[in-house]
Design a protein around this ligand. Structure first.
Ligand code: TEU
Length: 545
C-alpha cells in the first residue's frame, strides 16, 4: 500500500504556462492558478501537481531548472507561490511540486561555475574525456540528440545530457548532489508543499559510462535504467526528507516493468508511494511512440488489467503534458468527444490507486489542431522532425508523425471560454489555442447540467466518498471487442465498471449481466442490455452484511 498519499486523493496536474494568464503576456501564471482555486475546489480535486514553476531558460518548458529555490519571474513571485499554498490549503487542496533531479539547466549556477575551474561543481555533473577524438561512449538520448556535448572550452571533454544539450545530467555518485537535493526538497516542504512528482526518476543513477549494447532506442540503458543506486537514493530521500514531513512521492518511471514497480512501491522498502508507468500509453504505437497506428483496445484492456491486478496501489492516469490527449486516440471518436470524455471519467475514477486528472481533461479537450510545424513549440517534436529527415522520411509523413504524437497536443492553452484568447489570455498565447474552444470550454460546461464537466465532478465526488472505490481490490471481468469490465470489492460489497470503448452501440455481454443495481451511467440510456457509444456504467451489489 502507498505510504503517505491519502487514499482518497484525486490529483489535478497543472501545466502552468498553459493554464491561466492574468498579466496578458500569453503565458499562464501563478495568479491565474490562485484565481482558479474555487473552480478546482468545485471540481473536487484534493491536490494540485504543478509542473515546474522554477527559474528556467525554458529550453524544455521549465524541465531545465536554473534555480531550484526560486520562481520563474514570468509566473510570478515567491509571495505569489506562498499565497497559492495558503489559499489552496484553505480549500483543502495540497500542492505537489515537480522534482527534476536527473539534470539541471546549463544556466544553473553549478553548471556555470564548473568550467570556470571549480572542481566542486565539476563533480556535480558527468564529464568525461573523449576516446581518441571520439565521443566517450555510444549511448542514446531521449530527445534524439547526441548525448554528449563539449564541456566549456575543453577540446576533448564532454558532459552527458540524456535530454537536451541545455539539460546536463547530474552526477549522483557525488554525495554533495544528494545534500543539495535534500535541501531543495526541505525548502519547498517548509513552504507547505505536501509531496513531489519525481521526473524521470529511474534514470538518475548511472552505474557506469561503458558502451551499451546497441539498441534502436536508448543504447546504454542497461547502465542507467533502474539501477540499484537509484533505489538507494530513493530510500535515503524517503527516510531523511519525506518521512519527517509525512510527504509523498510519485515517480515518473520510464521503461518500468511490473517487477521493478513492485520494488519502487513496496512500502517496506520505503521508496515511492506510486509510479507513472507508460505501457498503456503505448497501445497505439509501433515500436516507438512516433510511429502511431490504430489504438488497440485489446492491448489497452490487457495492460490496464495487468497493472491494476499486480499493484496494490498505483498512479492512474491517461493524460499529462507529454502525451497526446487520450480521447483523441480513439480511432472512431467521430462526434462522440463528450461521450468518450465521460466514459474516461468513469474509468479513471473507478480504478484502483490515485487518479490524476490533467488540466482540460475534465472538459474533454482534444489534441491541438496544428497545421504546420511552425505552430509547434516542443523541442522534442522539432528534434524528431529533424531526425526523421535524416532517415529520409518524406516531409508530409514526418509532419503527420509530429501532428499525431507531439507533446504540444496536450499543452494547448486551457479553454476557459469561447471568447477571444479562450479566456486564457488577453494577449498573444505562447501556443496556438485549439479552434474548438468555441464549443469546448469551461464557461459553457458550467452551464450544462449533463455536460462533460458535470460528469467528471460527479465521478470525482463518488470516488472520494465510496470506500469500495477507495480501498477495494481489483478483478478483471471482461475484455472483449470494445467492452471492458472489472470489479472492485471491499468488505463484501462489489462495484462493477463497464465501459464501451467505441462509437458503436453494442450488447452488454452475458458475462457481465446481473451485477446488481446500476448506480451510474454516463449516457442517457435505458439501462438495458444495449451499451450506447462510449457508455460507462457502474453497478453495485451490496453482498451479505
Ligand atoms: O519526461 C520524460 C519522458 O521520458 C517522456 O515522457 C518525455 O516526454 C519524452 O517524450 C521522452 O521521449 C519528463 C517530463 O515529463 C518531460 O516533460 C521532460 O521533457 C523530460 O522528463 C525531461 O525533464
Amino acid at each position: 500500500m502507498a505510504l503517505n498519499v491519502p487514499k482518497n486523493a484525486v490529483i489535478y496536474q497543472i501545466y502552468p504556462r498553459s493554464f491561466r494568464d492574468t498579466d496578458g503576456d500569453g503565458l499562464g501564471d501563478i495568479r491565474g492558478i490562485i484565481n482558479s482555486l474555487d473552480y478546482l475546489k468545485e471540481l473536487g480535486i484534493t491536490h494540485i501537481w504543478l509542473s515546474p514553476v522554477y527559474k528556467s531558460p525554458d529550453d524544455d518548458n521549465g524541465y531545465d531548472i536554473a534555480d531550484y529555490k526560486s520562481i520563474q519571474p514570468a509566473f510570478g513571485t515567491m509571495e505569489d507561490f506562498d499565497e497559492l499554498v495558503a489559499k489552496a490549503r484553505e480549500r483543502g487542496i495540497g500542492i505537489v511540486m515537480d522534482l527534476v533531479i536527473n539534470h539541471t539547466s546549463d544556466e544553473h549556477e553549478w553548471f556555470r561555475r564548473a568550467p570556470a575551474g571549480e572542481e566542486k561543481y565539476r563533480n556535480y555533473y558527468i564529464i568525461k574525456k573523449g576516446k581518441n577524438g571520439k565521443l566517450p561512449n555510444n549511448w542514446g538520448n531521449f530527445f534524439a540528440e547526441c548525448p554528449w556535448a563539449k564541456f566549456g572550452d575543453s577540446e576533448d571533454e564532454y558532459y552527458l545530457h540524456l535530454f537536451s544539450k541545455k539539460q546536463p545530467d547530474l552526477n549522483w555518485h557525488n554525495p554533495d548532489v544528494m545534500e543539495e537535493v535534500k535541501s531543495i526538497m526541505r525548502f519547498w516542504l517548509d513552504r507547505g508543499v505536501v509531496g513531489f512528482r519525481c521526473d524521470v526518476i529511474t534514470i538518475i543513477y548511472k552505474s557506469s559510462l561503458e558502451n551499451g549494447k546497441k539498441q534502436l532506442v536508448l543504447t546504454g540503458q542497461e547502465h542507467f535504467l533502474s539501477q540499484e543506486g537509484c533505489h538507494r537514493i530513493l530510500q535515503e530521500l524517503r527516510s531523511e526528507v519525506l518521512e519527517p514531513y509525512g510527504a509523498f512521492a510519485v515517480g515518473e518511471t520510464v521503461f518500468v516493468d511490473v517487477d521493478e514497480a513492485h520494488k519502487l512501491c513496496d512500502a517496506a522498502r520505503g521508496e515511492l508511494d506510486m509510479i507513472f508507468y507508460f505501457e498503456h500509453m503505448e497501445c497505439d504505437q509501433v515500436f516507438v511512440k512516433w510511429f502511431k497506428t490504430r489504438l488497440s483496445l485489446k492491448k489497452l484492456m490487457k495492460t490496464l488489467s495487468k497493472w491494476q491486478s499486480e499493484l496494490e496501489w498505483n498512479a492512474c492516469y491517461f493524460e499529462n503534458h507529454d502525451q497526446p490527449r487520450f480521447i483523441s486516440r480513439f480511432s472512431d471518436l467521430g462526434s462522440h468527444r463528450a461521450d468518450a470524455s465521460r466514459m474516461m471519467a468513469g474509468l479513471l475514477m473507478t480504478m484502483r490507486g490515485t487518479p490524476f486528472v490533467y488540466e482540460g481533461q475534465e472538459i474533454g479537450m482534444t489534441n491541438g489542431d496544428f497545421k504546420d510545424l511552425s505552430e509547434v513549440e516542443d523541442i522534442e517534436s522539432h528534434n524528431i522532425f529533424k531526425m526523421a529527415k535524416g532517415l529520409g522520411i518524406p516531409r508530409p509523413i514526418r509532419w503527420k508523425m509530429i501532428q499525431r504524437t507531439s507533446r504540444d497536443n496536450a499543452r494547448t492553452p486551457m479553454q476557459w471560454s469561447s471568447g477571444e484568447g479562450a479566456g486564457f489570455t488577453s494577449g498573444k498565447p505562447w501556443l496556438k489555442i485549439n479552434g474548438n474552444c468555441k464549443t469546448v470550454n469551461v464557461e459553457d460546461e458550467l452551464k450544462a447540467e449533463d455536460g462533460v464537466l458535470a460528469f467528471w465532478k460527479k465521478m470525482i465526488a463518488l470516488r472520494k466518498s465510496d470506500e469500495t472505490l477507495i480501498l477495494g481490490d481489483f478483478k478483471p471481468l471482461y475484455e472483449g471487442g470494445s467492452v471492458y469490465a472489472f470489479e472492485r470489492e471491499y468488505n463484501g460489497r462489489k462495484l462493477t465498471t463497464v465501459c464501451n470503448m467505441s462509437s458503436k452501440t453494442v450488447k452488454l455481454p452475458k458475462a457481465i449481466r446481473g451485477r446488481g443495481e446500476q448506480i451510474v451511467s454516463s449516457s442517457k440510456t435505458d439501462g438495458g442490455e444495449r451499451l450506447l457509444p462510449f457508455e460507462f456504467r457502474l453497478y453495485a451489489c451490496e453482498g451479505e452484511k
